[in-house]
Design a protein around this ligand. Structure first.
Ligand code: BV8
Length: 249
């Protein structure tokens, strides 16, 4: 059986001090979470400009909350898949591991990853639309009142990054810093189309990292990938972690 992973590839990974992973909706697909693009993608049935922008929320906060409440109820019924669990295992075997995700579903944390940098926020957190108070967890499911109201009387909003909104400055700065310093960069389950997250593999490549892509489809980043596996994350990641554990070269 043709080796899935070459010895030289495993050696490079084994010698990698700093490993960065950037995930998108595809890593949660095998858990039953719809992706955004492609077959069954959310954007086939819903318009991002009507649901995932600050203007949409201003226009109709109840409609936006109905969508996020629906997604929370869906997410509460799913569990991490072998792809998530393999990344939790990888975190334990590489010297320095950095996991950045565009996903707001919290499944990496549920799989046991200690440190997860959420570039686009979390669907399980809310923040006040009036007071500049820190975001806080809200796990009521379904949410009894839409929109949920802050103690100050103003509507709460999901603590997620909508289109046209800046990403959290500290996490974005960290992502660029780590991408510049990492030895290996994994791009997993993302169409690499939404900026600024989509630029990270190029930052890593320009700074000498090996770029590894895992996606059943080609993406704009495939051209810069040193290894690009046309496969599902839940199928290939457990095998990669196993091969790494048994590779001592
Ligand atoms: C910003 C949170 C500054 C909310 C999300 C023109 C050019 C360049 C940029 C722009 C532009 N016009 C506007 C922009 C900026 C815009 C952007 O990039 N738009 C794109 C669409 C062109 N970006 C922004 O607005 C960002 N902010 O730039 O601020 C600014 C300020 C003012 C004005 C302008 C700019 C904010 C972006 C964040 C938006 N929030 N989510 C929520 O989730 O509700 S984005 C959301 O969609 C996700 O978080 C994720 O980021 C993105 C979806 O991408 P993916 O995760 O990659 O998912 P997708 O479905 O696309 O692909 C899944 C992949 O998985 C596929 O390739 C598939 O083959 C693969 N797959 C499937 N199954 C598996 C698998 N892979 C492995 N295993 C499997 N089993």
């Amino acid at each position: 059986m043709e080796e899935l992973f070459s010895k030289s590839f495993l050696s490079i990974l084994r010698r990698s001090e700093r490993v960065m992973v950037s995930t998108g909706a595809g890593i949660s697909a095998e858990s039953g979470v719809p992706t955004f693009r492609g077959p069954g993608g959310l954007w086939n049935d819903f318009k991002p400009e009507e649901l995932a922008t600050p203007q949409a929320f201003k226009r109709d906060p109840k409609k936006v909350w109905e969508w996020y409440d629906w997604r929370r109820q869906l997410l509460a019924k799913v569990d991490p898949n072998p792809g998530h669990h393999a990344l939790a295992a990888l975190e334990k075997i590489v010297p320095q591991f950095f996991l950045f995700t565009q996903n707001i579903d919290g499944l990496h944390q549920k799989a046991g990853n200690k440190t997860v940098y959420e570039l686009h926020g979390s669907i399980w957190q809310v923040r006040c639309t009036r007071e500049a108070k820190p975001a806080f967890e809200m796990h009521e499911n379904p949410i009894s009142q839409l929109p949920p109201i802050c103690g100050c009387g103003a509507p709460l909003r999901p603590n997620v990054v909508w289109f046209g909104e800046n990403l959290p400055a500290d996490i974005t700065a960290m992502a660029w810093e780590v991408a510049k310093a990492c030895d290996a960069f994994f791009l997993i389950g993302t169409s690499a189309t939404v900026q600024p997250a989509a630029s990270l593999p190029w930052v890593a490549k320009e700074n000498g990292a090996i770029v590894v892509e895992i996606n059943p489809e080609e993406t704009p980043a495939t051209e810069i990938a040193d290894e690009s596996f046309r496969a599902n994350a839940g199928m290939i990641l457990p095998q990669l972690v196993e091969a790494l554990k048994n590779h001592h070269g």
